[in-house]
Design a binder for this molecule. Structure first.
Ligand code: NI
Length: 210
């Protein structure tokens, strides 16, 4: 395995829509090696996710994993996921106006926008359809912080970056973020449950849920 170079903002590959993988390619040695290298690269850089265009490969492939992460101490754990040709459907009542209770606003970072954080508001619940690293179908509902993370990674496959979606006035460098953004503003889940707690952050099978 190898740690790959991560493309930084301004590299043309980050602005190219990635091509879908053919199902017959998934098991190939080059793709399996790329997946293993991306996982190693993500872990080495303390990323919550990494998309293939970030390592100069314009393919619809991304990996996500959250464990004990010093870059994102408040994130819930997510087991390693490999997502190929992912498709997201926001589970919201209207695509024109995002209701507060259906949104999550979170300061996001990106390994390709090194040192910057910015607040992005996204649907807090999405349906994910994809293939895994063995070509098996995934059909799940991602809610809360995991929903924001998977939307960020899938954005990379469509040439969209954190800086395109962030509230411009919220952009800040990591040192200033640590100093000036209060903890309660770092992740704001628009859904409040009757007991006052934030909405669930979880990944569940789609079946019976959508
Ligand atoms: Ni990113």
């Amino acid at each position: 395995m190898a740690i790959l170079k991560i493309a930084q903002l301004g590299e043309p590959v980050l602005r190219e829509p990635a091509r879908a993988l053919d199902e017959t390619e998934i098991g190939s040695e080059p793709i399996q090696r790329l997946i293993a290298d991306m996982v190693e690269t993500m872990r080495d850089a303390n990323g919550a996710g990494l998309a293939a265009p970030q390592v100069y490969r314009s393919l619809q492939l991304c990996v996500i994993e959250v464990g004990e992460n010093p870059r994102y101490p408040a994130f819930p754990a997510i087991e390693l996921r490999v997502l190929i040709n992912p498709r997201l459907t926001p589970l919201v009542s209207s695509h024109d106006v995002l209701l507060d209770a259906e949104s999550i606003s979170m300061y996001e970072g990106c390994l390709s926008v090194s040192g910057l954080r910015g607040r992005v508001t996204r649907p807090r619940k999405v349906r994910l359809r994809a293939l895994d690293d063995a070509g098996r179908a995934i059909d799940e509902v991602w809610e809360g912080v995991p929903a924001a993370i998977v939307q960020h990674e899938v954005d990379h496959l469509h040439a969209t970056l954190l800086v395109d979606r962030a509230d411009p006035g919220s952009l800040c460098f990591l040192r200033e973020y640590d100093r000036h953004v209060p903890s309660k503003e770092r992740i704001v889940d628009g859904l409040t449950l009757p007991d006052g707690s934030a909405g669930p952050s979880r990944i569940v099978p789609s079946e019976g849920h959508v």
